[in-house]
Design a protein around this ligand. Sequence first.
Ligand SMILES: [Fe+2]
Length: 296
Amino acid sequence: MIKLPTGLLVLIIVLSVLLAAVIFFSVWAFIEPHVLKVTNIKMRPAGKSSEFKKQSPTGAPSAAPGIRLFFFSDLHADICLIKPERLISAIREAHASSPLDAVVFGGDICNNYRVNEKGLSYLKKISDACTGLGIPFYGVTGNHDFGFDPSDSRAFFGCIENKQISFTSHSTGKTVILSGLDDSGRKDRIWYKVPETPADCVSVVAVHNPDSILHFSENDHVDFMLSGHFHAGQIKMPFKLEFLLLRADNLPKMNVIEGVFEHNGTTLFISRGVGCNKLPLRFGALPEVSVVEIFA
Ligand SMILES: [Fe+2]
């Protein structure tokens, strides 16, 4: 039997472990885009602090939520490995456990609006299911949809950009207004103004890019905000390199990447999204759709 020097033996062991880790992570990165996580998100009214504070998933009021939404974002249907039937069954299950007030889409139909047909047929299936269940289906567009007219009836969702949809809170009887903001794409970025809502209403705004919250003015009234865009990094790397190297967004630099946060009186939810950008890979960022309960 050949006896290897100790140093060489250690090197071989270290390299073998590294190789095994690389193989494991690579295989998992291909599997992860197929694994849909349905999350239960509870959003409570925010404090006035300008610090971003993560809202604890526990501690939601025992009362019924004011409104109950099903939220999904970042479909990127040309590189989406979650079938529409899986989303539809999540919607059905959520609605069966307690009625949903609406299904809301947070933008990015496909990676490029010129290949939107795949995304539009995906959204049609969601829309048909919502119609069958009697649930309204609303949405906004994302940066990848820039150039696509969301009022195109083939979008299959009611576009709520600069529109207001009224609900009545099941718990307080207050008027809850759902509205949305457009996304101008990355080039020559415009941060659109939030539609005005009466102070005594609860304002819920769907807007694709979470960085929008940094551009609200003091008088903007946004109690709750639903967004996506970051894909939770999609392929998480050490030291958040995925954001430092590939993205210019500001919130990730403040460690505001996914989940529920509060800031300046707004409670913000950032979804990890469903599909993939550029490559059919995710790592540490499971595809997500959410049952969102708003306590107001
Ligand atoms: Fe996206």
